[in-house]
Design a protein around this ligand. Structure first.
Ligand SMILES: Cc1cc2nc3c(=O)[nH]c(=O)nc-3n(C[C@H](O)[C@H](O)[C@H](O)COP(=O)(O)OP(=O)(O)OC[C@H]3O[C@@H](n4cnc5c(N)ncnc54)[C@H](O)[C@@H]3O)c2cc1C
Length: 264
């Protein structure tokens, strides 16, 4: 649940020219190499340069040169619950295809899930707090939440099935199913540009945990095909020499005295 996997991705039909690196063979470009190839459209003699891809992708992002990232499209299959899919489909630059409860019976074709008990963060309404340890009040919340979910799932399934047998249309009967406990499957298709922005927003702490799990799974899938993005999402910290070259010794000494710097 709350997973994402790539089921389709742009496959370039152009090949890399034979080179020593390829032992004189040719092979189709990867999707990542293809982005670099299109980014270098104005520099034809260097278009097949695959060695500097990580630096180039980082440079493109830093300079907001987004159009090369629109040259590749990716479709993912996402399995989640319907309340989370509702948030996902707000990302309007994507195209979607979702399991319809008008035609199929979700009580047969899609599983029901039990949701985690988390507590409301009193200070930050976009945050919820995991229940850990043995606090009696927290455990009561957890147990009661489990009880009500079981009750609601059982009753709503019973009601759904009974009304279907009596001839009620599926498009009406589905209204009784609990959205957050009913699983769904959707296909989400968009350019790499949209995926990068989607992940940037939805892998953040401000996003609900279940949706964050989807975004983080999507990120791992994207990194398999675009390993150079590792440097964008998880940058290598600068070496002391690089810091010195950027800021100068005096500035570094001054920064080291500031309390936040020691924890950086
Ligand atoms: C924490 C959180 C809380 C929210 N709360 C609410 C709410 O209370 N009510 C509500 O109605 N909605 C809410 N939303 C939904 C939000 O307002 C958007 O509708 C949703 O995130 C979709 O984003 P989008 O329109 O940018 O679509 P996307 O499809 O993600 O982006 C649209 C286009 O903009 C581009 N783009 C996006 N970001 C950048 C960028 N940084 N630089 C360059 N291009 C960019 C994309 O590549 C794409 O082409 C919330 C979202 C979040 C993350």
């Amino acid at each position: 649940m709350n997973d994402a996997k790539i089921i389709a991705i742009t496959q370039p039909t152009i090949t890399l020219p034979p080179s020593d690196e390829l032992f004189g063979q040719i092979r189709p470009m990867t999707a990542e190499e293809f982005i670099c190839y299109t980014a270098r459209v104005s520099n034809p003699s260097n278009q097949n340069n695959t060695l500097t891809a990580p630096k180039l992708l980082k440079y493109l992002i830093e300079h907001k040169h987004w159009s090369p990232f629109e040259m590749v499209s990716i479709t993912m299959e996402i399995n989640t619950t319907r309340d989370i899919s509702h948030q996902i489909i707000r990302h309007r630059s994507f195209s979607f295809q979702e399991f319809s409860q008008r035609y199929a019976d979700p009580t047969k074709d899609m599983a029901f899930v039990t949701r985690e008990a988390r507590l409301q963060d009193a200070k930050n309404r976009q945050n919820s707090i995991e229940i850990t340890g043995d606090n009696a009040d927290d455990n009561e919340v957890k147990n009661l939440w489990g009880f009500w979910q079981r009750e609601v799932t059982q009753k709503s399934k019973e009601a759904y099935k009974e009304m279907i047998v009596m001839g009620l249309a599926k498009e009406q009967a589905r209204a009784i199913l609990p959205e957050g406990l009913t699983s769904t499957r959707l296909y989400m298709a968009g350019t790499l540009r949209s995926w990068i922005h989607y992940i940037d927003v939805r892998a953040e702490e401000g996003t609900q945990k279940e949706h964050r799990e989807v975004a983080l799974a999507a990120q791992q899938e994207i990194l398999k095909h675009f390993p150079s993005l590792e440097e964008y999402w998880y940058p290598t910290p600068p070496t002391p020499e690089e810091l010195e070259a950027t800021y100068g010794v005096e500035k570094i000494e001054q920064l080291c005295k500031e309390p936040w710097w020691r924890f950086w």
